[in-house]
Design a protein around this ligand. Structure first.
Ligand code: SAM
Length: 268
C-alpha cells in the first residue's frame, strides 16, 4: 500500500496479538459497505479500521466518523492519509476501555461497524451491548462460529449466553459468509457478516437485567444439568415449582422469554 502524502510505501507487519487480518477483496468490501448503506446523516463508529479498507468507502458517504484503533502505527498511517482527505476523529485506544457515551448522548444515533479482531470479539460485543441505547445498528465481520452463536435459537447446539444477551437487546441477522481468501493474512477460521439492531421496544423486558444475566450465566455454567439442579443455587424449591416450567429440561431448551420469566420471578 502506498501512503498518499509521503509517497513512501507503507509496510506493516500484521500483528497477531491485535487480530490483524486485513480485508483486500474489493467485492467483499463493496458488499459490506452496501449492507451498511451509509448516508450523510450517519454517525459511524468504526472499530479497528486497520489500513482503512472499509474506512475509505464510509468516510465520504457518512456525516461523522469516529475510528477506534489500538495499533499506534495504523492510527498514525490513517492520520497522514485518509484524515487528510476528510477530517475524522481517530481514537488511538482499546475499544474495551472506550466509552461510547463520550461521543453522543443521543439515543439510537451511532452506527457501529468493524471487521473485529477475532480474539476479543465476544468481550467487545458484551461491552457494546452495555450502551445499546446509544446504538442504531452494528455491522460486524466475525468468526462464523460467533455469528452462529449470536443467531442461535433454543434447542440449537450454539445456543448460550452470548446469543441470549444479544437477542435480548437486538435483532440478529446473519447476512453472508466471507471466504478466508478475502483477507491478508488469511484467518484459519471461517468468517461472516452479522447485523445487530437494538430493539426500540424489547419483545420481552426483564425487571432487573443484572438478575437476568445472573440467571443465564448460572444456567449455562452447567449446561448438562437440568434446570432444577442448576437453578437451585438461586431459588428455593417452592420458587422453582411456581415457575410453571418443565424443570427436567436442560438450559438450551428454554427460550429467552422463559429466562426473562425466571428472572422476573426472582426480582419481584
Ligand atoms: N478494518 C480493517 C480491515 O478490514 O482490513 C482491519 C481489521 S483487523 C481484523 C482488526 C483491527 O482491529 C486491526 O486494525 C487491529 O489493530 C484493531 N484492534 C485490535 N484490537 C483492538 C482493540 N482492543 N481496540 C481497538 N482496535 C483493535
Amino acid at each position: 500500500m502506498r501512503s498518499k502524502n509521503t509517497s513512501q510505501p507503507f509496510r506493516h507487519q500484521p500483528r497477531k496479538r491485535f487480530g490483524q487480518n486485513f480485508l483486500h477483496d474489493e467485492n467483499v468490501i463493496r458488499r459490506i459497505v452496501d449492507c451498511i448503506a451509509p448516508s450523510a446523516d450517519d454517525h459511524i463508529v468504526e472499530i479497528g479500521p486497520g489500513q482503512g479498507a472499509l474506512t475509505r468507502h464510509l468516510l465520504h458517504e457518512c456525516g461523522t466518523l469516529d475510528a477506534i484503533e489500538i495499533d499506534r502505527d495504523l492510527a498514525a498511517y490513517l492520520s497522514r492519509t485518509l484524515q487528510q482527505e476528510k477530517p475524522f476523529q481517530i481514537h488511538q485506544c482499546d475499544i474495551l476501555k472506550f466509552d461510547l457515551a463520550t461521543l453522543t448522548d443521543q439515543p439510537s444515533s451511532l452506527r457501529i461497524i468493524g471487521n473485529l479482531p477475532y480474539n476479543i470479539s465476544t468481550p467487545v460485543i458484551f461491552h457494546l451491548l452495555e450502551k445499546h441505547h446509544l446504538i442504531k445498528d452494528m455491522t460486524f465481520m466475525l468468526q462464523l462460529e460467533v455469528v452462529n452463536r449470536l443467531a442461535a435459537k433454543a434447542g440449537n447446539k450454539n445456543y448460550g449466553r452470548l446469543g441470549l444477551m444479544a437477542q435480548y437487546y437486538c435483532e440478529v441477522e446473519h447476512l453472508f459468509n466471507v471466504p478466508s481468501a478475502a483477507f491478508t493474512p488469511q484467518p484459519k477460521v471461517s468468517s461472516a457478516i452479522v447485523r445487530l439492531t437494538p430493539h426500540r421496544v424489547k419483545p420481552v423486558e426483564a425487571i432487573d437485567v443484572e438478575c437476568l444475566k445472573n440467571v443465564i450465566r448460572t444456567a449455562f455454567n452447567q449446561r448438562r444439568k437440568t434446570l432444577r439442579n442448576s437453578l437451585k443455587t438461586l431459588m428455593s424449591e417452592q420458587q422453582l415449582e411456581q415457575l410453571q416450567l418443565d424443570l427436567s429440561l436442560r438450559p438450551e431448551r428454554l427460550t429467552l422469554s422463559d429466562y426473562v420469566s425466571i428472572s422476573n420471578a426472582l426480582s419481584s
